[in-house]
Ligand binder design. Sequence first.
Ligand SMILES: Nc1ncnc2c1ncn2[C@@H]1O[C@H](COP(=O)(O)OP(=O)(O)O)[C@@H](O)[C@H]1O
Ligand SMILES: [Mg+2]
Length: 268
Amino acid sequence: MVTLRLDDIGASYGRKLLVQGVTTPAFTCGEVVAVIGPNAAGKSTLFKRIAGLLRGPGQVHIEGVKQEQDAVCYMPQDTSANSVLTVYESILLARKQGSSWSVGDDDLKYIDETMDALGISGIAFKNIGELSGGQRQLASLAQSLVREPDILLMDEPTSALDLSRQMEVLTHVRSLARLRGMVVLIALHDLNHALRFADQTLVIANGQMITCGPSSEVITSALLREVYHVEARIEPCSRGLGQVIVDSVAEKGKTFTRLAAESCSQGA
Ligand SMILES: Nc1ncnc2c1ncn2[C@@H]1O[C@H](COP(=O)(O)OP(=O)(O)O)[C@@H](O)[C@H]1O
Ligand SMILES: [Mg+2]
């Protein structure tokens, strides 16, 4: 069984430690974990540290993976590319990265299925450099999915997508996590998506982990006031799903100390 556990990890660019003290329970295969927090909180930095692209203190514990080398796949936030490859070629390359270059029927089938699920079969032979922002994001997502990683880190994968594609992508990733036994961490700004699609939510602010736990327990009015400085309500919709309704911007100047202290005392 694939598990991912972060043990007091930090991350730095050069000498400056920009993320610190991130400790989580073990996330297990099939779980989707939303990583939320304000702009510049450290979400992308945390992902780069987990993916091994940045150094820092602490331990990233990964167990039960097929092969250590390609266990973690990081889909970056910035998907701009100046490539001469077509969408199809870029996805095929991603699929074969780190393995033999012979292409089998199973490779082609998996690529077709993935492109179909993401609704990008129609742009298979377009040049990557000629795509819209949303199309580029979907192509980048396909490149990540065809690698079939055990642990997938998706950095704001829906930020350039329209409403229906956001739903398609998140629904697909949600079911793929269960079907393929992946652990998926997904940085999100839409907290309703976190409530709907993520089993757990990890909150990061000012480079520090504030809390981590079941999404419906973590995303509260108190947390939103302290972390995002907004007055908000979380109310059930007619289908019983929690919905975040933001009423106003709250006074700034509060510290994160209380929530961080609570999170420590719960051993989160
Ligand atoms: N390449 C870099 N060099 C130095 N500092 C960086 C670099 N990238 C990001 N940072 C800084 O790290 C902090 C966290 O950034 P980031 O992880 O990108 O935040 P988020 O993804 O939560 O918006 C910010 O203060 C940002 O300015
Ligand atoms: Mg980011």
